[in-house]
Design a protein around this ligand. Sequence first.
Ligand SMILES: [Zn+2]
Length: 400
Amino acid sequence: MATTSVQNIRRLYTMDPGRDGLGIVDNAAVVIDRGRVSWVGPTEAAPAADRVVDGTGLIGLPGLVDPHTHAVWAGSRADEFAQRLAGARYADILEAGGGILSTVAATREADAVQLREHARLRLDHMRSRGVTTVEVKSGYGLNPATELLMLEAAATEHHSIAVVRTFLGAHTVPREFRQNRTAYVEQIIEEQLPLCAPHADFVDVYCDRGAFDRDEAVAILSAGKALGLKVRAHAEQVSYTGIAEAAAKLGATALDHLEKIDEAGIAAMADAGTVAVLLPGAQLYLKDDAPPVEALREAGVPIAIGTDLNPGSSPVHDLWTAATLSTLISGLTMEEALLGITRHAAQALGLHDRGHLAIGAKGDIALFQPPPGEPASMESLLQHMGRPGAHVVLCSEVTD
Ligand SMILES: [Zn+2]
């Protein structure tokens, strides 16, 4: 089958950078030829196609992009959630062997089949909500073999959506290196990175109080960059470290969290064209401050939104929930939220052929049923958090 036409879409948000605003077309059709968008416009003017998908009454968007997840892990942190609600401090939970270290222990014990299967179920759910590309990090292995196993479990060929992989051996210092963190940084640079780089697109670090300091982070990011990886970092979340400015100067594609970023960091991001990835799930669960959205906006830094899906600080599986939270607690407008889960999210992954429906873009389209009685608009999608009955049709497989 050569061409597919998705027709009668009540309102299509193309997010096409070549069109005004969000690139809205009403009663729209999109034609896909061998997996790529070949035509967009009003249905009545659409060229004939071999196959027709009916979008009557639905809201159309490019397949959504989640630019920040930790979707491969084993074990559960449900007990910890109960303890935290009862008032326990994260530092005490960590001291007792809980927190991220319990996820590391469970992930090291899991085998490849288990890791892949759990990740598959998580990513299948994301797809059912319209996500067609997702970033997945390693970082619960913290040794060469398990970091590699995590990246292999995340590989696109095992999953229903496209996966961009990130090496995060510098997520935290593992228990066995607590007395000798320098040796762990050396292991990352000399053993983990050379082994993992062929299986990853990005190198990432968690630079914060209690994790890696700025000099360690810069050394790890520079080593990853030298191996051909794109650069990103968990930056300026709980405490200010200066990593945002340093990583932007290394040419970081994206920087994530940014609650505590300063003016110099924002200016460096604007100069480098670095995308800010906001993670409102983590902001909510950890009761963090909101990031300085107004200053990012004024500096012209593109803003994306991720779920930060992980078992502890952001067990958020739904990108729509993250987008709604970004308007409620992070200060984004609805237009910014929609750009944040489409075009800007793709840009945060260094991908320019998706997150929008310009001619030549990847033919991934997500169609959504508005809630009962609501108009076919982004307002309906963003206002009604977690509503049931999202109806999604994806065209990512239409390639021949
Ligand atoms: Zn993260």
